[in-house]
Design a binder for this molecule. Sequence first.
Ligand SMILES: [Mg+2]
Length: 332
Amino acid sequence: MTATDDRRRRIEHALVGCAVGDLLGGPYENRRPPPAGWQALAYASPSPRWSDDTQQSLVLVDDVLRHGALDARRVMERFVAMRDEASAPAARFGLHRGTGRGFRAAVDAFAERGVAAPMPGRAGNGAAMRVVAVAVALGPGAGSVAQIEALSRSTHDEPLALDAARAVVEAAWALQDGVRGDDVLGCVVDRLPPGVVRDTLAGAVAAEDPFALFADAADRAAGCRLEHGPGGGHALAGPLSAIVLAARAPTLHVAVRDAVRLGGDTDSTAAIAGALRGVVDDVDTLPAALLAFPGVETLRRWGAPQLPSLDEWWALERRLSARADAPGRMRG
Ligand SMILES: [Mg+2]
């Protein structure tokens, strides 16, 4: 296998791992977590649709594979074009599914003014949820960090959100390098800039319950309790929990299952955990039912030498945004 083949395979498995976590966690996002005996063996819906975590991961990785670099402006223009798609139900943000208010405001502002103008003070996990596959596509290095950070700054300006995204990127590169277990956490801490994210992750290594520690740190930063559990959508909670799960879980499947069990922003936490483990694990070890979601064959082609055309990508996202109850619209 050549270096390029290996990289494309890792990208494919990171994207599929992201989608599986996204789809497993979707029904539980900011609701009651799954029951204690839940084993994550099947999806709640017969026709589950991946959400913003997978959508944005795919747009970022596609930009790199098609153009050789991640360009924040080009990506924002694509997010605007997705917003402007008329085929989706009016209640949605165009073709975007499951986006947060801060993301929508940043895309609207970019569409109006042509410059990045993220809402201030939003320490969500939106910059962190989408960066694993693109980190693999770009490979480690200061230039890659700069490109990913420029994109992060297009939708987020809060240092906690930016550093959490950087932490996920460093975790992906550590795993790709063959680092495993708590050494992954050590690597990330060593490579992060000084700040609350680094200190919080460093504290988790020896903590009895790292997830409780993250929730407490998020509460302190936000000034209020996370409503729906330690996997909450704060940058200090979900992304750092996902890194710990990806580092410590025995398998990819356990990583995504346990991410959903944490509660809170279950789709994003599980999407990050699944993407990180997809960098090093074979997604085909997952239960077969989890690999039978609509669009999976097309998604996997981002790991093949011949990229799907942009027309195919638009058709896929239009199909996935069609009403779930419309008969005959989804055929896998
Ligand atoms: Mg989502």
